[in-house]
Design a protein. Structure first.
Length: 151
């Protein structure tokens, strides 16, 4: 436990919430740095000081996951430990980076479609590819959904 009363309460609350040991250490380190920056205990920090800390974090060359960790530490501290949720209501969690899908070349698509030994599977996947259907849409397709007269 820490000698700082706010950090001690935070650590206790995190343990009661069942947070992992690594999470507890990260949250405590983040709040310790926040308190060093504002020069006072977190329970006496104003919303303007919290906002400056968030702006400081955003200016750092850190990724969205690390930023989320700092924000989560602030949110837990002010919402749960200190009971002051209004002070951190302005914080929005950064979005997680979603990797872009791999796009097949026309030659690769051709090889995939030719690899099917059953013609109906080749036609089915050609339909999915040509129309851009989502998997959930393709699964729900029925024969009557295809207008053979239109080609």
């Amino acid at each position: 436990m820490s000698h700082n009363p706010v950090l001690s309460r935070l650590e206790s609350d995190l343990r009661m919430a069942g947070r992992a040991k690594g999470t507890i250490q990260q949250y405590l380190a983040s709040i310790r740095r926040f308190q060093e920056m504002v020069g006072k205990s977190a329970d006496r920090a104003s919303q303007a000081e919290i906002r400056r800390w968030v702006e400081h974090l955003q200016a750092q060359p850190i990724g969205p996951e690390r930023l989320r960790c700092h924000y989560s530490a602030l949110a837990f501290l002010f919402r749960k430990t200190l009971g002051q949720p209004d002070k951190v209501a302005f914080i929005s969690m950064p979005r997680k980076d979603a990797p872009l899908p791999t796009i097949l070349t026309a030659a690769e698509v051709g090889r995939v479609l030719k690899s099917f030994t059953v013609a109906k599977y080749s036609v089915f996947f050609a339909l999915i590819y040509a129309t851009g259907l989502r998997i959930s849409e393709a699964i729900g397709l029925e024969t009557q959904d295809i207008d053979a007269l239109r080609g």
